[in-house]
Design a protein around this ligand. Structure first.
Ligand code: NAD
Length: 258
């Protein structure tokens, strides 16, 4: 049985993760964590997620080390904010708990801090800005298209998300730009990304390659946030069965797309 702790358990993604966990035969939610001021602190994580009572109350983040020591999870899943996630991963690394991180918006420095903590703690890790299978195929197609089309074509990305999203551009748009930049031998910043925030849009991404004669567009639309939670379950199994101590893997590894 894989024992799982969830950071950000009362958030939009955290609740969906708890809901998915409740339906897995090989996994068990053992801890749910959120910020001290969250009104759901002390409430049952299952009930908050709209499933049955799971007997795991949401605990405040200031007690993270204590909770991890007591509940002994194999994996900590984190869907919080970039700043919070860095602290949570550092704590998990100190305590030898593997991590699956879905949080986005890391600065380069934060990303380096994450890498150092994971290496030092020799924990297994999956970090991905997008856990949807479709988006990871989109990344693969982006690489193939960039490879064949080459620099005669101008790449650009448009992403649309709900108005509550904190970071812009989205982690997924940045990753798409990074992939094209790797193939083109340019800096990712040279690729134009347009971010639109409107309504309840779960997440749309279009990568376009244009020249004077034609435009190729690759589009992914997420219809429900549940897709990210389903992918997270795959990442949890992967990190336990195939993760490597001190190494960060991503969804391309999880899905065997490399
Ligand atoms: P949200 O604001 O609804 O939820 C975040 C939760 O984290 C909140 O309940 C907040 O109180 C909590 N939190 C903040 N600091 C914390 C800490 N120190 N310890 C524990 N909990 C803490 O946001 P959301 O829509 O659920 O998104 C969360 C993150 O996941 C964002 O970075 C978003 O971009 C990312 N995301 C990733 C994917 C993916 O597939 N990788 C998909 C959707 C969203």
């Amino acid at each position: 049985m894989i024992r799982v702790a969830v950071c950000g358990a009362a958030g939009r993604m955290g609740r969906l993760i708890v809901r998915q966990l409740a339906g897995q035969k090989d996994m068990k939610l053992v801890a749910a964590i959120d910020v001290p001021e969250h009104p759901m602190i002390g409430k049952d994580a299952g009930l908050i997620a709209g499933v049955q009572k799971l007997g795991v109350n949401v605990v405040e983040s200031s007690k993270l080390s204590e909770v991890l020591r007591k509940t002994k999870p194999h994996v900590l899943v984190d869907f919080t904010t970039a700043e919070a996630s860095v602290q949570n991963v550092k704590t998990a690394a100190r305590m030898g708990v593997s991590v699956v991180v879905g949080t986005t918006g890391f600065t380069e420095e934060q990303r380096r801090t994450l890498e150092a903590a994971i290496k030092r703690g020799r924990i297994r890790a999956v970090i991905s800005p997008n856990f949807s299978v479709g988006v990871n195929v989109f990344f693969k197609l982006a690489r193939e298209a960039a490879k064949v089309l080459g620099r005669d074509y101008e790449p650009s990305v448009v992403e649309v998300h709900h108005v509550y999203k904190k970071d812009a551009p989205s982690g997924t748009a940045l990753r798409a730009a990074e992939i094209v930049a790797e193939e083109f031998g340019i800096e990712p910043e040279e690729i134009k990304i347009k971010s639109i925030r409107e309504g309840e849009v779960v997440g749309d991404h279009t990568l376009a390659f244009a020249n004077s004669f034609e435009v190729l567009e690759i589009t992914h639309r997420a219809k429900s946030r549940e897709v990210f939670a389903v992918g997270t379950m795959k990442a949890i199994r992967y990190v336990i069965k195939k993760g490597k101590p001190g190494i960060i893997k991503d969804m391309q590894d999880v899905l065997g797309l490399r």
